[in-house]
Ligand binder design. Structure first.
Ligand code: NAG
Ligand code: NAG
Ligand code: NAG
Length: 393
């Protein structure tokens, strides 16, 4: 009898304590794995040990969570966190600061600082900082990217501060389903190649509510990317939000379904840009930029289908097809008089380019803005500057 009561009690207890859909976590704290967090000692091995255990843990005991605690500074050499992990959701909670070594020798020949590969359902969040300490690299041209995600489906990045990458801050390749919000990305305006977020061969990406101030593109959308939504991003200084460049060295490259809305470009070199190489093939299509505020941007609206800075494709008639591009409700000021620059190739031209409700004034007192187009077909309505050069198709 007593045995039965005990068994029932035990069963009730097990029911209460059993895995549920509530967000319990299983903590793997890097400090418990031997990380010093003193900003000087290399903590990579401790991080990798903690990652390895976290990645092996099963979901049943709570969401496996790698914790980088607050109040400490962890130094990491170039490291790769590899999946697949056992759990279909894994969390990296960054509350402290992670820094890169300033001694360039420590990077050896690695081109990426922190890499995540083949991890599905990865979510990285927290109030911490990821500081690439990149100024030692800005004089040279080694291609060191700070944070790289490869083949991470269902990726979520929220809240962190990303600082001073040697090169691109966040690069995403071969990922499907990515949500990025509330990030802050900062590097000096004069730091070279410090793109904010780079996307290639990825689809279904949403980026919103973020502040990106760097020395290069705030967001660059490259080859093989589709279904990308960007909204409420404050960009600048930096080079704006760019599609491409596509089709370098005669390659076939494609980008489609990119929708950028409710963004601000402040003091940027470009605003909304599409850039494709002369001699390339493929397409950039179904792209919209809507409700954009520009302040003192050098090239608020720019399409260049003839990009060929070294003249290597001068004789080529080939081009990446650019079509179905809408710029709607773009307002503010340009730092130059040429505010809308649409340069398309003679052989192919750009088709269905729509400009609607554009009002860009010059920020130079007494100057007026103007537009330029070559081989552009589409429509323009309610535009300042006027865009008479768009030939209706
Ligand atoms: C911003 O992104 C988050 C996460 O992807 C999403 O839940 C939210 O709906 C988005 N907000 C807007 C205004 O698009
Ligand atoms: C992008 O926005 C469109 C329209 O608001 C929506 O239907 C689509 O699901 C969004 N895509 C992503 C990846 O968030
Ligand atoms: C863009 O600027 C406007 C006007 O200053 C402001 O109301 C809005 O919040 C800004 N949006 C973003 C994403 O920073």
């Amino acid at each position: 009898m007593q045995g039965i009561v005990l068994t029932i009690l035990l069963m009730i207890f097990m029911l209460i304590a059993s895995p549920c859909s509530c967000a319990r976590t299983q903590v793997f704290d890097v400090v418990r794995y031997g990380a010093f967090g003193n900003g000087k000692t290399d903590d990579s091995q401790a991080f990798l040990r903690a990652w390895s255990d976290m990645c092996k843990a099963s979901r049943a005991r709570g969401i496996p969570t790698l914790v980088i605690p607050r109040g400490k500074v962890f130094q990491l050499k170039p490291v790769a966190f590899l999946g697949p992990c056992n759990s279909n959701i894994v969390l990296v909670l960054v509350e402290g600061t992670i820094i890169a070594p300033v001694n360039t020798q420590e990077w050896k020949d690695k081109s990426m600082w922190i890499q995540f590969s083949n991890v599905n359902g990865l979510s990285i969040t927290g109030n911490g900082n990821i500081d690439g300490q990149g100024s030692v690299w800005w004089k040279s041209c080694f291609p060191n990217k700070a944070l790289h995600f490869n083949n991470c489906n269902g990726l979520q990045l929220t809240k962190l501060r990303h600082l001073n990458s040697p090169r691109n801050h966040i690069s995403i390749s071969s990922c499907n389903g990515v949500h990025i919000s509330h990030l802050n990305i900062f590097a000096p305006e004069e730091s070279p190649n410090t793109d904010g977020i780079d996307i290639s061969t990825s689809r279904n990406i949403e980026i919103n509510n973020s502040v990106i101030q760097t020395g290069d593109d705030c967001i660059a959308i490259n080859e093989g990317s589709s279904y990308i939504n960007v909204s409420s991003v404050a960009c600048g200084p930096g080079h704006g939000i760019s599609i491409g460049s596509l089709g370098q060295n005669g390659k076939y490259e494609t980008v489609e379904e990119v929708h950028v809305r409710d963004c601000n470009f402040t003091g940027t070199q470009n605003g909304a840009r599409i850039k494709t190489w002369k001699g390339g093939s493929g397409y950039a299509r179904k792209i919209t930029f809507e409700n954009i505020r520009v302040r003192n941007s050098q090239n608020p609206i720019i399409i260049d289908q003839n990009y060929d800075p070294f003249g290597t494709n001068a004789g080529s008639q080939k081009a990446v097809k650019v079509s179905d591009v809408t710029f709607k409700d773009v307002r503010g000021t340009a730092a130059k008089e040429l505010a809308i620059d649409l340069t398309c190739s003679q052989g192919m031209g750009c088709t269905n380019i729509v400009l609607d409700e554009i009002d860009i004034q010059s920020s130079i007192p007494g100057k007026r803005t103007y537009s330029h187009c070559d081989n552009v077909h589409g429509t323009a309505r309610a535009c300042n500057p006027a865009v008479p050069c768009v030939a209706s198709s």
